[in-house]
Write a protein that binds this ligand. Structure first.
Ligand code: C2E
Ligand code: CA
Ligand code: CA
Length: 647
């Protein structure tokens, strides 16, 4: 049963029938009159001014059609509501404000009333007027729906503004949320390259990929950020320079975007806003463009507030990820897409870098490092990691651990029992998928869990305290080992080193590799980090060991394991087997007087003297540091040493 029977029932039908012919006669004049009056309202004028002649004509035709529809004796409440909701959505999308909608309703009814004989058609006009009021209510319902959707999108964006792992993660999640909004037909995010040409890095929405492919492949469509170039005068270039959102309210009539008009028309894009992502007082880091299938350019009051909030949120989020990892150079969308699909193919090949046990001289394990084969090049993480999202990292882990454990079994068959150390992204601890993938791979390849080490870059994102122990605990229950990666770099914290259940620590290669610059202080640092690690019951690995002298020095200082170009570069699994077989023959000289070795000895001696002076009772009876030689070989012979470190 319809609620408003007096507006739609048989009674209304009879009343309205008498109006039909009259209405038809006055309709076109009334609509012209309506627009003449509407244009006197400032906001409506702004709206109408951006339309081309054709667009205005079409608007009038639609208005007449809508009036006929509303005056139709056969109109049902359901049909009315559905149509009005749609019209309301369109009005909200073009940025017509609610207040203007209300005002225009009285202008419209006035334009009709003044043209019909009210003594004859008073009752019919009253019904039409009430239907117009209902129409307004339905349309406003659509406004609310759109506004709720915007708020929901902002909430989601707020959430990942805090949690996004990196720039790629941020722009992808943002794009996916925004394109869900009806008023966003497509969206794209990009940054200028060194020449100032905008490179889109993410695109969402129907036709977006095609549109962006055309923008990036044809010189005539190039977008620049430089004012001196015509291609820099569009909204993107302007917003990059002004730091403010810049709009194109109608692609077809705005001379600033003439060069892109045809392309936009073909793709059905009629207006846009370019939003510079930046924090107040800073230059933009990227531009987010929203495209609308209708004119307006996101100019309505609610749309403006939305765009401004979006800019603030994303500016904050971008600053956060930039501070955490930097955003790297812009990588064009096409290349990103290619790499993202390549990592799910055999183009992803893990390489292996030996980790030498400084006590036994054997290669006890290897670190698994991701490599991507792309058009004859072998890319390292520094080349392609910046384009990856959290899901892509998981794909690398899942494929990588299987490749590595399969490879381990091949080495095992050849007589080498080599442990596997694989990198676990710090956000992976809270992600059950990693746990499941680890468990499944151990089972599939029958790998004893203690032969698997997960290397975690310890950052503030790794949960500490109880929660952290819990996350680690689930993995530890499998029996695997944990290593803290890059200890002593900007990320790690000593409190967490104490609290979290790491079995090993890896001293960052920046510290070890720095020995050339200030050898004394970096060796001292390594020594103390090693003692700290040992006192907490953890084994210590030194990374970035680039020459044999350093290896001997580290051994003297008590470091347990070493990894670096001085031992071997990362290599393919089959190459590693050949290397393992060949290394028995390679014997390195034993440097008695290498400066680093001498330095390490002096350091140990100083430390002993210091201990003897400050705590004579504790060290009484211990031998002084021996000046004997230490012998370390990267070529596989056992290490002999008498540095005084307990063996
Ligand atoms: P990392 O975990 O610190 O890995 C060691 C990096 O140091 C490797 O770079 C390795 O090639 C390099 N390296 C080894 N020895 C030396 C040396 O003597 N001198 C110098 N200068 N560098 C040396 P790579 O392979 O480019 O990896 C870079 C980073 O990418 C890794 O740092 C790790 O954080 C990450 N990564 C690599 N593979 C994966 C992976 O499969 N998954 C994840 N999540 N991260 C990975
Ligand atoms: Ca590592
Ligand atoms: Ca490392």
């Amino acid at each position: 049963m319809e609620k408003h029977s007096e507006l739609y029932g048989p009674q209304a039908q009879t009343v309205l029938q008498s109006l039909a012919n009259t209405l038809e006669r006055v309709l076109s004049e009334a609509v012209d009159d309506f627009y003449d009056k509407l244009i006197q309202l400032e906001a409506a004028k702004r709206m109408l001014d951006i339309l081309s002649c054709d667009e205005r004509l079409s608007l009038k035709t639609q208005q007449a059609r809508n009036l006929r529809f509303l005056a139709d004796p056969a109109l049902t409440e359901h049909m009315h509501r559905e149509t009005a909701l749609h019209v309301g959505r369109v009005h909200a999308m073009v940025g017509l404000d609610k207040e203007d909608l209300v005002r225009s309703r009285s202008v419209l009814i006035g334009a009709i009333q003044s043209r019909v004989d009210m003594s004859m058609h008073g009752a019919a006009i009253a019904i039409l007027g009430r239907r117009l009021t209902m129409d307004l209510a339905y349309q406003i319902e659509s406004y609310e729906t759109l506004q709720l959707a915007r708020q929901h999108a902002l909430l989601q964006i707020t959430e990942f503004a805090w949690s996004a792992e990196n720039y790629t993660d941020l722009i992808q999640r943002c794009g996916r949320v925004l394109v869900e909004l009806v008023e966003v037909a497509a969206c794209a995010i990009g940054r200028p390259d060194a020449e100032g040409t905008l490179r889109f890095e993410a695109a969402y929405g129907q036709g977006a990929e095609h549109y962006l492919a055309a923008l990036s492949s044809k010189e005539e469509y190039r977008i620049s950020i430089h004012e001196s170039e015509p291609s820099g005068r569009g909204p993107t270039g302007r917003s990059w320079r002004s730091g403010k959102p810049e709009r194109i309210r109608n692609m077809q009539t705005d001379p600033d975007v003439e060069r892109w008009q045809r392309l936009a028309r073909d793709e059905g894009i009629r207006s846009s806003v370019a939003i510079p992502i930046r924090t107040p007082g800073h230059f933009p880091v990227a531009i987010l463009s929203l495209y609308n299938r209708l004119p307006g350019g996101f100019c309505g009051a609610n749309q403006r507030a939305f765009v401004d909030l979006l800019q603030t949120l994303l500016g904050f989020a971008a600053a956060r990820v930039q501070a955490a990892e930097g955003v790297g150079r812009p990588i064009p969308y096409g290349q990103r897409q290619r790499w993202v699909s390549l990592i799910r193919t055999d183009a992803l090949q893990m390489h292996y870098q030996p980790i030498l046990d400084l006590i036994t001289g054997s290669v006890s394990k290897v670190e698994v490092l991701a490599r991507l084969h792309d058009m004859g090049r072998v890319l390292t993480p520094g080349d392609f990691f910046s384009v990856l999202s959290t899901d892509d990292f998981f794909a690398i882990f899942a494929r990588g651990i299987k490749q590595a454990l399969a490879q381990r079994n091949r080495w095992l068959n050849a007589g080498f029992d080599i442990g596997i150390a694989i990198n676990l992204p710090s956000f992976a601890l809270g992600d059950e998928r990693y746990l499941q993938a680890t468990e499944a791979a151990l089972r599939e390849f029958a790998c004893p869990p203690q032969r698997l080490t997960l290397e975690v870059l310890e950052t503030e994102r790794v949960p500490a305290g109880l929660e952290g122990r819990d996350e680690f605990g689930k993995f530890k229950a499998l029996g695997i080992l944990f290593a803290e990666d890059d200890l002593g770099s900007g990320h790690s914290s000593l409190a967490r080193l104490r609290d979290l259940p790491f079995d090993l620590v890896k001293i960052d290669r920046a510290i070890v590799g720095d020995a050339g610059a200030d050898a004394t202080s970096s060796l001292r640092f390594v020594y103390h980090l090693t003692r700290l690690g040992h006192s907490l019951g953890k084994s210590v690995i030194a990374e970035g060991v680039e020459d044999a002298d350093m290896l001997h020095a580290l051994r003297l200082l008590g470091v347990d394991l070493a990894q670096g170009y001085g031992i071997a570069q990362p290599m393919r699994g089959d190459q590693l087997l050949a290397w393992l077989r060949g290394r028995d023959r390679a014997i390195s000289p034993q440097p008695h007087d290498a400066p680093l070795v001498q330095l390490a000895r002096r350091l140990l001696w100083e430390e002993r003297v210091h201990l003897n002076v400050t705590q004579p009772s504790c060290t009484a009876g211990q031998p002084a540091v021996s000046e004997d030689t230490a012998s370390v070989s990267t070529g596989g012979t056992a290490l002999t040493d008498d540095s005084g470190r307990p063996m």
